[in-house]
Design a protein around this ligand. Sequence first.
Ligand SMILES: [Zn+2]
Length: 114
Amino acid sequence: MCEGLVDLVQQEAAGRRVTGVRVRIGAGHAVVPEAFGQAFALAAGGTAAQDAELDLVVVPFTLDCRGCGGRTESADALAACPSCGGDVDVTGGDELVLESIRLEGGADVSRHPR
Ligand SMILES: [Zn+2]
């Protein structure tokens, strides 16, 4: 998982030093941020991203209720609506997105501008 991420970071950095990396990760990956950080640091060793600070944004599941139509975000893939107990459609939770990187000198490179 982290090797592909480091490859992406290096492509974006194009040889410049990377000081920060922001990653959005779905709750479905069930990552432990500390463990992910260590794995990233390991994968980034010897690359332009080896000293980068990792900013992990965990994205919750989205639960759409078929009963009341309510939308809930949850870190757990709940099987029932917390409001009415109805069936829910669970979406999200599986993304792994390199949102932006920060380069030495302060330039932000956003891959998903909003
Ligand atoms: Zn409901």
